[in-house]
Design a protein around this ligand. Structure first.
Ligand code: AMP
Length: 210
């Protein structure tokens, strides 16, 4: 957790387009689109939206013109099938994943972060009641939008999402380690410290923002 905050700040720093699968789903739900209707029940219960919906949505999004200069994917891939489909689709376009950032935090810290999270309904900016509160309670510092708590941040859904993470998402750590693409970053500490670590680690590798 904290990946959304970090992905947004690192994308800005490195001039990349930030694409978050969860945000795309939440926007589709707000708009009442077909995609949103199909995804909603899975998100509400904390399970993964089926690959048949998710993979197509992301591949379409990364084909848009604003992605030509490079992207940061946030929340995708979430399982091996998605990782393989992504590699295959990128290879067909002579593109590839450069690096994968594994932000490591303890389970206790994960729970703490999730339980205090507030999100802007308008621009999706993230806040935390303890770690990064807004200047005015309930209002977004960036756009003045209304802050809300995600319905899938309830204790039961959080528990389910952690189970899903360990059983389905954690195996992709191995997949990217074997591909020589994994960069592990300590995710404990202040938001700006973690951002600095991520940018520094990306800089050490052969990462090129493109
Ligand atoms: P996030 O905002 O990344 O925490 O995602 C919120 C929810 O959206 C997840 O709990 C899933 O239900 C769904 N979701 C986001 N990304 C994916 C993905 N790559 N595959 C399947 N479901 C996803």
């Amino acid at each position: 957790m904290g990946k959304g905050t970090q992905a947004a700040s690192v994308a800005q720093e490195l001039n990349l387009t930030h694409i978050a699968s969860g945000d795309l789903f939440r926007q589709a739900i707000e708009q009442g689109s077909e995609l949103g209707l199909r995804a909603k029940s899975y998100i509400d219960e904390g399970t993964l939206v089926p690959d048949s919906i998710t993979i197509g949505m992301i591949l379409k999004r990364i084909s848009a013109p604003d992605c030509e200069g490079g992207v940061i994917l946030d929340g995708f891939p979430r399982n091996l099938k998605q990782a393989e489909a992504l590699d295959k689709a990128l290879a067909e376009q002579a593109r590839a994943i450069d690096k994968v950032v594994y932000i490591k935090v303890s389970e206790g810290e994960l729970l703490k972060r999730l339980s205090g999270r507030w999100v802007c309904r308008n621009c999706q900016a993230l806040y935390h009641i303890v770690n990064s509160p807004p200047k005015v309670w309930g209002k977004c510092d960036k756009c003045g939008g209304e802050l809300y708590q995600r319905p899938d941040d309830t204790p039961e859904t959080v528990k389910k999402r952690l189970e899903v993470y360990f059983s389905q998402t954690a195996p992709i750590i191995d997949y990217y380690t074997r591909a020589g693409k994994l960069l592990e970053v300590d995710g404990e500490g202040r938001i700006d410290e973690v951002s600095r670590r991520i940018v520094a680690t990306l800089g050490e590798g052969e990462f090129v923002a493109r």
